[in-house]
Design a protein around this ligand. Sequence first.
Ligand code: SIN
Ligand code: CO
Length: 427
Amino acid sequence: MPKKPAQPRASNSQSAQPRPAKPRAHARPAAPALEVNASNGMPLGMPPSRFLTQYWQKHPLLIRGALAGWQVPITPEDLAGLACEETVLARIVHRERKRASWTLQPGPYSEATFTGLPERDWTLLVQDVDKWDAEVACLLDFVRFLPTWRIDDVMVSYATDGGGVGPHIDQYDVFLVQGIGRRRWSINTERNAPRALRPGTDLKLLAEFAPTHSFALEPGDVLYLPPDVPHDGVAEGACMTFSIGMRAPAESELLLDLAEHLAEQIPDTQRYSDPDLRPARARGLIDSAVLARVRAQLGPFAQRIKAGELALWFGRMITRYRSAALIAGNGQPASLEQVRAMLLSGRALLRHPFARFAWIEHGAEGASLFAAGHMVHCPRALAEALCANARIEPDDAVLRDGSALTALRDLLAVGCVQFARAPRKRA
Ligand code: SIN
Ligand code: CO
């Protein structure tokens, strides 16, 4: 007999106070099965709605036989031919087993490129093959349950034995369809798996990779990987893999595009205005009234931006705005000792004539000083002095503070201030 579901019961008896629930360890829902078999009419091995709820953007899934019987529409030779076209985006990655390293051989390629390749340990990857080959585009039918605008492309790779691009993570969801031959995929499903990159390589490879799972994919098998899962695919014999990649704009790209879109609708005549301006308390100061005007002028777009962030952005923006010259440092940042020595030798400091300066006060003593889009923290006295004077003498009291010297060193490095020529010796 089915049990009646337990109902919370109201009680009017004082002795029957509800007992506080025992604190329970916050249990994370167990990951669903990593491997399933596709079946007739269910290439995902489950209805798309279940795939989307349980796996999409959450967990990897290996679907055995998802595209069983699929006839691969292009040959490795077709792919190499495509990679020789100027407008096609292609890469060859070589693996050096002994050093466990991978190198990129950039295109353009010619027939000779392919005849000169070694027997093993390399892979050719060609992007956007669905745009060049209508039959490859048909593979996108596999993801017809996804919005079309979310799909990026079908990238096709041909790998010789041992070939692969090395352990890495992708920023996008991907369906890795095994077309020809066999490829071993190793993945790490741990949330806190190391994700630091190897230094000094064009390929964004992981510095450390310790797989938690490894499986060989045969033709027709599909491995779905959400973004940010460390993975590595190594060919076991020559093989071809078709990667259906998704696209998802970065938040920064969304914001930038929205800002541009909104900006296009604002007439040029609508500008920063300050009919309520009062005499300046100090030269170059960006005070709270300025920031309030900027915030009001930007409307709802700026309402959620913290005061400090708005101030930092405005200081950098307004000192960069409409600058007629590009200010560059000499590329050799001086040490504090060198700056000190130059001042002791009597060299004055000159503002770069094209550098605009402004500052924001922090309490009674501190300041953020902006110069041509750069920002340094410094004593208020230095900020005021640099905004008010194009030249500061080496013995000026504003230069005595240690943090003033640090700020000066940074401004010298970007070219916003320079040392004047050495004073002429008196005859
Ligand atoms: C491939 O080698 O075909 C796919 C590379 C990847 O994104 O892991
Ligand atoms: Co990848």
